[in-house]
Design a protein around this ligand. Structure first.
Ligand SMILES: [Fe+2]
Ligand SMILES: [Fe+2]
Length: 271
């Protein structure tokens, strides 16, 4: 199975690039499943229901959120109805929406996808390791599910890497989101789990993690309220990873995908 995961869509630039590129990537990479993180799609903060609809229409199978999940309040009733939109699994019990979903492909194969949020340099939350242990006690890779993808939405590289090793061999891939900067450590861990510390954002890289430079710099230079931070609007680079799995659901390929904008392009060749 071939699965594509795109990192945080930031603002209009990221959204438009993703909407345009998803159908193209689905065709050229012959993907069976596409997930995107869209916690910053709405002007950098949150996701509006019409944007989620547009991403699903373009070919996204699942959308994940993160710490910006509720920045657009209209998403709260929407997520209660839409099983393909996920917020972190380790949000407190009773939080609207779900943190995991099992999606059936047209041929009947099943993909488990979940998002957890890290706790290092982030808001305090329930233990993401325990949340995924509990989830995997109900789903067995290669038995009840054909592939499993976990999005770890976290700041610290150490926490992301520890998390991936903790579940190595039990999920198809662990991909990091949230930092908005792609890392170059795409690998298949010894147990067969594909891993990358951060997918990188889909956004304008002539920016400060997707936001316009001047107000973002001012935040570091002056300890005074300044101009509102808003997304940079130049051409976006679409960033993500392609994961290919075998019959056991483990990764046999884990490669970067980067298209458009300022970063050097990377497009895996698919025979
Ligand atoms: Fe983000
Ligand atoms: Fe985030």
């Amino acid at each position: 199975m071939r699965l594509l995961f795109l990192g945080d869509l930031v603002g209009r630039a990221g959204r438009d690039a993703a909407l345009k590129t998803i159908p193209h990537l689905r065709e050229t990479l012959k993907t069976d499943f596409i997930a995107v993180n869209a916690e910053n799609a709405s002007h950098g903060f949150g996701l509006a229901p019409d944007m989620a609809d547009a991403l699903f229409a373009a070919g996204a199978d699942v959308i994940t959120l993160g710490n910006h999940a509720w920045d657009r309040k209209e998403i709260i009733p929407y997520i209660a109805q839409e099983k393909r939109l996920l917020r972190p699994l380790n949000f407190p019990p009773g939080t609207p929406g779900a943190g995991a979903a099992v999606c059936a492909l047209r041929d009947g194969r099943k993909v488990l996808i979940a998002q957890v949020m890290g706790r290092l340099f982030m808001e305090p939350l329930d233990d993401p390791f325990r949340a995924v242990e509990e989830l995997l006690s109900r789903h067995r890779l290669g038995q009840t599910i054909d592939a499993a993808l976990i999005d770890i939405h976290a700041e610290a590289t150490s926490e992301k890497m520890a998390f991936a090793h903790a579940f190595d061999g039990r999920v198809s891939a662990v991909v990091g989101t949230h930092t908005h900067i792609p890392t170059a450590d795409h690998q298949i861990l010894p147990g067969g789990t594909g891993y990358v510390t951060d997918l990188g954002m889909c956004g304008d890289y002539d920016s400060v993690i997707g936001m316009a430079k001047a107000p973002a710099i001012a935040r570091f230079v002056r300890k005074m309220p300044g101009d509102k931070i808003s997304p940079a609007e130049g051409t976006a680079t679409v960033c993500g990873a392609l994961i290919e799995t075998n019959a056991a659901g483990l990764a046999v390929r884990m490669e970067p995908v980067r298209l458009g904008g300022r970063l050097r392009p990377e497009l895996p060749s698919v025979g």
